[in-house]
Design a binder for this molecule. Sequence first.
Ligand code: SAH
Ligand code: SF4
Ligand code: F3S
Length: 472
Amino acid sequence: MLEIVDKTHDEHRQGEAIAPQAGDTRTYAKKFYIESYGCQMNFNDSEIVASILNNEGFGATRNVEEADLVLLNTCSIREKAEQTVRKRLTEFKKTKKSRPGFLVGVLGCMAERLKAQFLEEEKLVDLVVGPDAYRTLPALIEEAGTGQKAINVLLSREETYADISPVRLNSNGVTAFVSIMRGCNNMCAFCVVPFTRGRERSRDPYSIVAEATDLFERGYREVTLLGQNVDSYYFVDEQKDETVTFAALLEKVAAISPLLRVRFSTSHPKDITDEVLFTMARHENICNYIHLPVQSGSTRILQLMNRTYTREWYMKKVDRIKEILPDCGLSTDVITGFCTETEEDHQDTLAMMEYAHYDLAYMFAYSERPGTLAARRYTDDIPEEVKKRRLAEVVALHRRHTLESMQQDVGKVFTVLVEGVSKRSENDLFGRNDQNKVVVFPRGDHQKGSYVKVKIVSCTAGTLIGKPVDID
Ligand code: SAH
Ligand code: SF4
Ligand code: F3S
């Protein structure tokens, strides 16, 4: 059902264990194992956690059996995400029984949502640490080591981990994610994020530019700036008497080098400005790709969702993007079966998808989350089979659109940033074009991290297949 997996925005990527950082020659007395669930921001947080733990003498391992400490960095966005984590936790039971001193910790959004309840319910959990409390991990691990249950789920209005340089785990050495803000001040009625991540705060631009510059100097060629709502990035520099908007931040990161590609995610349709679109148009190295979640095509449902835009407003935004950035890739998130959704509302969503013709979409059946506005105000009244049937219709339409969008690219030439050797064949390389589509082509003498001009000769639903052309 949920198809294409993409790294910029990926709630479906589950439980990846992360490998030790390549080239780390330090020796560690103790080992930790971490699995991350949820969005890319959570994966990025795991890299911050890894950095904190490395400094405490813990090295990363991919093998639970070798670990002294197991951490699950969790997601609460839908019920299924939480169920997966609960099931995973039970699998550590045996190891815990057989190995005294073996600690299990729950981090991230589920830790924040369930707090001490976790320690009471799940006897196997020793540590519960919320997303703003990772600096206290060393003290909490020590506390848990003495047999006490350790917990810190305090949310902060300031924490951005700006000074912690994330340890790049499972990295391809070419593309990396940089968090530019934390939390969310929007109150979309279905969403648990404002409760699990707290108030929105922007990270200072100097540390963002420094992190991106360092990545570039280490051979990385693409950074994706991350936030739940990047367009509301706003930093007041009191010393310079200057305010930095998201457009200004993009400008600063793009100026690092023309060889460094810049992407960003996620844009809230109500906040993305013309200034951002013009900045993208001005800089060739800011990729022409926008993730602009619509959630629903019905104005009535959008209002209930508290998205603060109408169907027409969203359509105008799409028009504006296509006007300023004619070849811009566009992707979305869609929820089917939100409270009170009628067949007519659902048809509006399908019509909206026809209008925007998304290159990529993440589609979900509505899952009620405790404590959210929707859970408090409305009844989750759409039967599960109706939600699923509507989801299937949305997915089927989207499949057609992605295939059409891929087919339209056959014959075109794109600049592809090479990310590595194709999984299917050692003789092929893969990378992505400006619009974030995956391109596969014969290896030749090309290297990971380089830009190659590729002419597209054919495609599948998820991949463009091409041949390098001579650079003129
Ligand atoms: N900040 C992003 C979204 C983050 S959550 C934005 O504003 O667009 C990622 C996606 O999960 C959302 O866009 C939404 O489509 C989906 N989602 C969030 N809560 C959900 C719920 N309760 N049920 C189903 N899908 C949900
Ligand atoms: Fe959730 Fe809305 Fe914030 Fe996105 S903008 S994280 S959907 S509350
Ligand atoms: Fe999930 Fe938390 Fe991200 S709920 S989607 S991990 S912010």
